[in-house]
Design a protein around this ligand. Structure first.
Ligand code: 6PG
Length: 478
């Protein structure tokens, strides 16, 4: 009997995904460059509907047509011009495949790379799906959130498998056809940008508690409690658990033993670049990416800490009150981060004609993925009520939430600032909120400056829109 699905690349994610697909009743063929890994994997799972192929030819031959082959090899490309391991596998596969076979890339590929592959394979009569898969190792095994892009007709073929292996929330699978071409990987990239924002915001909350003298156990309790309320989310949950964790050798908190240098693999930076290209403000995500960058410059920070002065930390707010205020600052900032990320998705979706459904995208993030959270339901509702919503902040639920939380949000940004505690993402979020709601910004002066030095012209408040003026400014000497 031929297999329903094939997977190339048996690293942890690949193995987990295979076991997930198999557990839903499909027979799966696997191939790995090192055959020993394949043999070990098959031997470890006796009695399962798995076929271990020793060669790529054997692997391809073991699959029912149209073949459905997912590539899960580590991509090492940074720019689209780089050819990576996924391209290498595709090249090896092409001569072995038949018309209409489907190749799926489930890694974090850059969306333009996906568009290139989509076009290339289409020229060869093959079908390609660039699918964002979120949820880490556990998600891959038990049910990830899947963001597939590519032709709708290819999605229809993949739908039964994708829907059965994905996470489910309220009985709904956490996968939809996102759009054509690179839409799936694009939306996954923004998911990651939002993931960066969520993580940084949580870290800023932690940093304030730490400065206020909370023990890690006290902090763990705060996050565990929050996970029971309106801010319930996977990232809040794992934060509570991480803070509880003790080092078996020293008995100390593991979190406090970890060096404060953050890594990143690139999707957050791609999100920033894309936002800049589209002239969309994603200042919270921006701050989150930059916070990782500054954190990684540990040596420079240690040296500067001895040179640059700041205030002495003195937080006198009572602990329970501080918890409430930080909760509101975190929640409000999180809303801003999603508002920005969704604005970018909307803008890009329109530019690319992807026909994206923001409400449904938010709904497939409710389960399986790293940013899964209770409040995503509210985002789905907001777009169901108004598909044309210009900015998430303006949906009734979020408008009200921002109005109720903003006093505490402002107090936390002030308190942190007065105490010299960096809160780049909290304050960037607040800055966005205050700028977006400002009827008037100081850009009139900016326009005057532009006209002054470069005769760039300006519009006037007392003249119709679209009419441009220039002033003969005085000459400046020196
Ligand atoms: C997910 C994650 C995942 C990502 C890691 C690492 O949705 O499962 O986004 O795809 O690769 O979280 O990302 P960084 O190394 O950039 O933090």
């Amino acid at each position: 009997q031929k297999s329903d699905f094939g997977l190339i690349g048996l690293a942890v994610m690949g193995q987990n995904l295979v076991l997930n697909v198999e557990s839903r009743g499909f027979q799966v063929s696997v191939f790995n460059r090192t055959t020993a890994t394949t043999d070990e994997f098959i031997a470890k799972h006796p009695g399962k509907k798995l076929v271990g192929a020793k060669t790529l030819e054997e692997f391809v031959q073991s699959l029912a047509t149209p073949r459905k082959i997912q590539i899960m090899v580590k991509s090492n490309a940074v720019k689209d011009s780089d050819r990576d391991a996924v391209d290498a596998v595709i090249e090896q596969l092409i001569p072995l495949l038949e018309k209409d076979d489907i190749v799926i890339d489930g890694g974090n590929s850059y969306y333009l790379t996906t568009e290139r592959r989509d076009k290339y394979l289409a020229e060869k009569g093959l079908r390609f799906i660039g699918a964002g898969v979120s949820g880490g190792e556990e998600g891959a095994r038990k049910g990830p959130s899947i963001m597939p892009g590519g032709p709708a007709s290819t999605w229809e073929v993949m739908k039964p498998i994708f829907e059965s292996i994905s996470a489910k929330v309220d009985g709904e699978p956490c996968v939809i056809h996102i759009g054509t071409g690179g839409a799936g990987h694009y939306v996954k990239m923004i998911h990651n940008g939002i993931e960066y924002g969520d993580m940084q915001l949580i870290c800023e909350a932690y940093n304030i508690f730490k400065a206020a003298g909370f023990t890690t156990d006290e902090m763990a309790k705060v996050f565990n409690d929050w996970n029971e309320g309106d801010m319930q989310s996977y990232l809040i949950q794992i934060t509570g658990k991480a803070l509880e964790q003790k080092d078996p050798e020293t008995g100390k908190s593991i979190v406090e033993l970890i060096v404060d240098k953050a890594g990143q693999k690139g999707t957050g930076q791609w999100t920033l670049l894309n936002a800049a290209e589209n002239a969309v403000v994603i200042s919270t995500i921006n701050a989150a990416v930059e916070a990782r960058i500054l954190s990684s410059k540990k040596k420079a920070r240690v040296a500067a800490s001895k040179e640059l002065t700041g205030p002495t930390v003195n937080i006198t707010t009572e602990k329970a009150e501080l918890v409430k205020k930080v909760h509101d600052a975190l929640y409000a900032s999180k809303v801003i981060s999603y508002a920005q990320g969704l604005d970018l998705i909307k803008t890009m979706g329109e530019a690319k004609n992807w026909g994206l459904d923001l409400g449904r995208i938010a709904s497939i993030w409710r389960g399986g993925c790293i940013i899964r959270a209770r409040f995503l339901n509210k985002i789905t509702d907001a777009y169901r009520e108004n598909a044309e919503l210009s900015n998430l902040m303006l949906a009734p639920f979020f408008k009200d939430l921002l109005s109720k939380t903003q006093q505490n949000w402002r107090e936390i940004v002030s308190l942190a600032t007065l105490n010299g505690i960096p809160v780049p993402a909290f304050s960037a979020s607040l800055g966005y909120y205050d700028s977006y709601r400002a009827e008037r910004l100081p850009a009139n002066l900016l326009q005057a400056q532009r006209d002054f030095f470069g005769a760039h012209t300006y519009e006037r408040t007392d003249k119709p829109e679209g009419e441009f003026f220039h002033t003969e400014w005085p000459e400046v000497i020196g």
